[in-house]
Write a protein that binds this ligand. Sequence first.
Ligand code: GDP
Ligand code: MG
Length: 431
Amino acid sequence: KLAAKLQEAIDRLRGRGRIGEEDLKSALREIRRALIDADVNVEVIRSFVEGVRERALGQKVLESFTPAEVVLATVYEALKEALGGEPRQPLLKERNLWFLVGLQGSGKTTTAAKLALHYKAKGRRPLLVAADTQRPAAREQLRLLGEKVGVPVLEVMDGESPASIRRRVEERARAEVRDLVLVDTAGRLQVDEPLMAELARLKAAMSPDEVLLVLDAMTGQEALAVARAFEEKVGVTGLVLTKLDGDARGGAALSARQVVGKPIYFAGVSERPEGLEPFYPDRLAGRILGMGDVATLAERVKAAGLEAEAPKAAKELTLEDFLRQMQQLKRLGSFSEILGMIPGAGKALPKGVEVDERAFRRLEAIVLSMTPEERKDPRILNGSRRKRIARGSGTTVQEINRFIKAFEETKALMRSLEKRRSRGLMGMFRR
Ligand code: GDP
Ligand code: MG
């Protein structure tokens, strides 16, 4: 529904050479709405949309793209960048000490066990530390999870001092040759001063290499205040976003990332210890926009690069070129969707070439069943060759006849278009 609205807004942009103020306004209004729906913080939305406006305004619309595509690509790229760009992983040294911090229920303990399992599988020797000095139940939870993933757990004692905790952790890690110590710290239901002060003291005593802030993707707006408080009072080096398997759109990630400015390293995708994945900014960007097909925009840009190859003259066009160009189109998205976006494309397509994916796959099969000579010059396709190809491709001779006829018609059509523009089949489908 939102995707449709956004599509509508950007459809109005189509067919103009440059992106103007008015054009952008309606598109950005829909984008703002999408971000609000995804629970992104209002301040964050404001600055994000401002950035997109500046980038998109006056941007030249490349000949091979519609302005609509340019706006969408800009939004998507900006969102991906705001989420960190490429996936990143924490730096692993010879010996590592990491803290997991966050509110109660955010997923710290679960994530500690997940990380232990993840790195154990990579050949590391983790040690889990249950560092809640006040809640024995919290320590027991980690002990059970540690047993489950086969990683030892050191439990702090009630009211144990930071200095004592550090000493015991160091001794244990040395004795057992542990190279990745994961400290599950105490959480509260809300950010509170005593908690932050305790964390700050523990951090000062232990000097962790990483302080990973664990955030529940479902918390939405609140994530911002949490992230800000932990960053100010404790200091954060990276983020883990949990419960992305729920139906949260993930706006929390954008808010937290903007406020803390540190990478999001991992995503929690189930309750189980295996449910941890690297965080992919591009995937979440698509999810936040609520438009699955936005992710294909990057591919469209690549396809445009392919198109930049010098176009062949129509008379040299072979069935192989035909197939390749069909494949390019297919990669751009659903065939009929692409054609629906291009005014007049339905009419430009020769009769007999049906525009649906199943039909396309049959055409593909036909070409793949041809010898290279046949693809180069379909005129050599006599009756017996056609029968052989029909058998090989699981189609009929009639289909092949129709296809070859359509191909010859397309060539003829292209020859007549060539005088105006020689951009190959792709050009034919464009404005
Ligand atoms: P802590 O209080 O921060 O230590 O949070 P917990 O690790 O105890 O997690 C709180 C609840 O969230 C538990 O029921 C977990 O099983 C659940 N949980 C944690 N991470 C995920 C996740 O990525 N996906 C799902 N579905 N549940 C999670
Ligand atoms: Mg816990």
